[in-house]
Design a protein around this ligand. Structure first.
Ligand code: SF4
Length: 484
């Protein structure tokens, strides 16, 4: 399974993998050639087409060597390109869209049986993705879709035409799924939607998102609730109240700014203005002073002048984002912005982008340095610290979502899902370091999520679980499973 794009896609891939497992497929061992390769595509990121067709080009060779191999392409680009995919890459066996990912096993079977490519794209959602089986990436944390689709019409975005109008899940179903995740050992969930805070628009409750946060906060055993992404235009104070008054909701907010220029926001058809955006941040910080706020920004939208760009720089200075995903605008065929006059020359976009990144890195570093000497609660993760082996550290996220690399004194056993109370000893622009000065200064809280990780490890290697007898897995440092 190869996934391109956003967290929605990562979660969709978990659903696709779950559907395949339920149909009897198993993940191929590392290094073995799989019988089925699934590519979950993205149509939003730059060069999405080139990446997909480049990948398919490499796979053509594999298919020639292994004629039984099946290749399936799903996700946003499949929804957009439909049968063009099999026209350009006739060795693809299955193309399926964003609305019918649960059909993947059937389509593979049908293609194998009929010895021809199967292309099935639905224009409306067939089954809410969260009702499909899941193969989750880890035991301690899970994604939960609360809505899919989007009712906005941002002129740079292809999502509404690919994912359709917003569809909201009923709150009871969402809470049930969270409860099931928690019963499985998860202590953290991230609620997902294109616009999480318009949740409820379909069933006519404008305050549904705040209520959902509060209800999720009541679930016993759930320690960390995150969500992504809210839209500034729909961000209301009842959500800030729910965040501030629900201890399990983490002090973190990822809210896309896109531009600090009001005229660019207008051209983007984003209905808030910079003053409103900064006002939300101010109110969030009044109620949750230690909140880490992150954002997305697009540089070089058509018509963006140097003055417009300076407006963005000014908002970035004022907003003090903990970090930002910065993007250079590039034409996405099928979007209104692609047809706009005054496309900004590539070299101008590049130069502005570099200035923005330099400013944001400086701001991130300043914000991170303020945390030196403070205690953070780090939920130990898998796959977050690429250098953990050589640095003898473990990595995970603090409550505010910051990445923390924690030095672990010899003799301590920590499992993914456990929580370390660590004192920040150094700060870099993109992460914090917490190296304990004494072995005693290293409190670890063993959690249900860590127990679940132990059980999963024991099951995968056939060892007895803790409940069955002697403790099977001693995860001394620095050996951690790296999720692919
Ligand atoms: S809010 Fe705008 S950017 Fe986000 S998914 Fe909807 S149309 Fe796209």
């Amino acid at each position: 399974m190869r996934t391109f794009g956003c967290q929605m896609n990562v979660h969709d891939s978990e659903r696709m993998a779950g559907s395949l497992e339920a149909a009897g497929f198993h993940e191929a061992a590392a290094g073995d050639l799989a019988d089925v390769i699934v590519i979950n595509t993205c149509a939003v990121r730059e060069n999405a087409d080139n990446k997909l067709y480049g990948t398919l080009g490499h796979l053509a060779e594999k298919k020639r060597e292994h004629p039984g191999l099946q290749i399936a392409v799903g996700g946003c680009l499949a929804q957009k390109d439909q049968s063009t995919i099999v026209e350009r890459a006739p060795w693809v066996d299955v193309v399926f869209g964003t609305h019918n990912m649960g059909s993947l096993p059937t389509l593979l079977e049908r293609s194998r049986h009929n010895q021809q490519a199967e292309v099935e794209i639905l224009e409306a959602l067939e089954v809410f993705p969260s009702t499909l089986p899941t193969k989750r990436e880890n035991t301690y944390s899970g994604w939960v879709s609360i809505s899919v689709g989007c009712n906005n019409t941002c002129t740079f975005c292809i999502v509404p035409s690919l994912r359709g109008k917003e569809k909201d899940r009923r709150p009871g179903e969402i809470l049930q799924e969270i409860q099931a995740l928690v019963a499985d050992g998860a202590t953290e969930v991230t609620l997902l939607g294109q616009n999480v805070n318009t949740y409820g628009v379909e069933f006519g409750d404008k305050q549904a998102f705040g209520k959902l946060l509060r209800a999720a906060g009541e679930i016993d055993g759930l320690e960390r609730i995150r969500f992504t992404s809210p839209h500034p235009a729909a961000f209301t104070d009842d959500v800030i109240d729910a965040m501030a008054e629900t201890p399990a909701v983490m002090p973190q907010l990822h809210m896309p700014l896109q531009s600090g220029s009001d005229s660019v926001l207008k051209a983007m058809r984003r209905s808030y203005r910079s003053t409103k955006y900064l006002g939300i941040l101010e109110r969030v910080r009044e109620r949750i002073p230690h909140a880490a706020i992150t954002t997305d920004i697009i540089v070089g939208f058509p018509g963006e002048t140097e003055d417009d760009f300076q407006d963005t720089m000014n908002v970035v200075r004022e907003a003090r984002f903990a970090s930002a995903f910065t993007f250079q605008y590039s034409i996405r065929p099928g979007t209104p912005a692609a047809e706009m006059p005054d496309q900004v020359p590539k070299e101008v976009v590049q130069e502005r982008f570099e200035r923005l990144v330099a400013l944001q890195d400086e701001m991130s570093w300043e914000e991170n340095k303020k945390l030196i000497g403070s205690d953070v609660q780090v939920l130990v993760a898998t796959g977050e610290g690429k250098k953990d082996q050589s640095t003898e550290r473990l990595s995970g996220r603090a409550e505010d979502g910051r990445l923390v690399h924690v030095g672990v004194p010899a003799g301590h056993t920590v499992r993914p899902g456990d929580v370390i109370t660590a004192t920040v000893s150094d700060a870099k622009p993109f992460y914090l370091i917490a190296d304990p000065t004494t072995p005693e200064g290293f409190p670890v809280r063993r959690t249900r999520a860590g127990d679940a990780w132990d059980r999963a490890q024991a099951e995968s290697c056939g060892a007895p679980t803790a409940a069955d007898g002697p403790k099977p897995v001693s995860l001394g440092l620095p050996v951690l499973r790296q999720d692919s």
